[in-house]
Design a binder for this molecule. Sequence first.
Ligand code: BG6
Length: 466
Amino acid sequence: MKQTFPTDFFGGASISAHQTEGAYQTDGKGLSVQDTRPRDNHKIADFTVAVDHYHQYKEDIALLAEMGIKIFRFSIAWSRIFPEGRGTINQKGLDHYSDVIDELLKHGIQPFVTLNHFDLPQALEDEGGWTKRSTVEAFAAYAKTLFTAYGDRVTHWLTINEPNIMLLVDQKILGKKIPLSEKYQQFHHLMIAEKYAFEACHEIVPNGKIGPVPNISLVYAATSRPEDNQAALYFNSVRNWAYLDFACFGRYNTVFQDYLNQNGLTIDFGPEDEVLMKRALPDFVAMNFYTTVTVEQPTEAGDMKNGISDQQSEDIMERGFYKGFTNTFLKKNAFNWTIDPLGLKTTLQTLYDRYHLPIIITENGLGAEDHLEADGAVHDPYRIDYLSQHINQCLAAINAGVDLIGYSPWSAIDLISVHEGIRKRYGFIYVDRNDAEEKEQKRVRKDSFYWYQKLIEEGAIPSLEE
Ligand code: BG6
């Protein structure tokens, strides 16, 4: 029996600028922190060429239109618009995204734009990056520029991709450690920058809708020990709710505030921040989801390094608060990330119960090593299986009352993973390159491409017998 989903639920697909575009110094683009990022492994692909989406966007959009997508989530590279982060606009950069938007609309695809996805202009980083208030001001001016330039054609916007993961997994995403004394000042600035974007979008874009886009993974307690439950409470707050409570309620939640106090951290507020935090609110919550997290109370110091090794792996620890725990009830993918479709339903229910705002899933997918066969096919049944299981849990969440309005998986086309090169692929469209050779980046439709095409067409998961 086929299950039906709300109209327009399907048809999204997502990418980010630096993981796809390449052309890192073309047409006046300035450097971003992703271009300059220190790397411990030089054998994996970097972002200089990526998958050449900057030059091949028309071909990519035509393929995505053939797959049937209705919504395309992509990010704009801030340093293409303002090579120095602020000041003089680079017209070629502004024109490029205008052309991308027109191309999407020509194919009947709605652009869904992320203002910033991990790629702060290096010029701003040189001044202290998100630790400095001046970066908030530069971001507010950048956001207004985009709303003014594209607001006649783009109604749906996302603010800053996964600020929670960027701060927690700083070493893997930015190639450096942010000192704890600066990390939560950065948190405040990122969150305030987002508030300026909410307001400017509502002021400038006719019928504009905007939301935050954190990575939300519900944190489980390893056992029913009360201490483990405390660990889960703190990590849920530090990883998930601190960000959404700020965005949706305009407040620091008490568990997070206690975490800051215990670490002796104080935050500098600007004179208007208290008012702005409460006043500027989102229209929806976008969330990225790959798996859940399980933690226990750390008991012995020294058996694991303080810190987080990866966005989703269990190698996480903060003394006095939480420590990652292997959840033996869950299988893992080839890159050590657990797979927990039911955890998606629970995460959606928990999130919706807390905020009562419509939810859009803007990332969900399986990183895997795909292979181009001699006959030109790419068989990725494991990806179809992962996506089917998660989509089924989306339906279960909707039936349980969650206002889940859209699903935009990661990723539309193969791209360079955050820290594992292109060996780890996510796309519906294979890009023929590897970590060592750039080749010509020929595009190839994977089996999941045809599966997703059918799913969009029918509004239901294709049954396996067909
Ligand atoms: C999310 C990011 O954290 O996870 C994406 O928003 C990223 O940019 C995705 O690609 C998957 O992570 P990874 O490390 O496998 O690329």
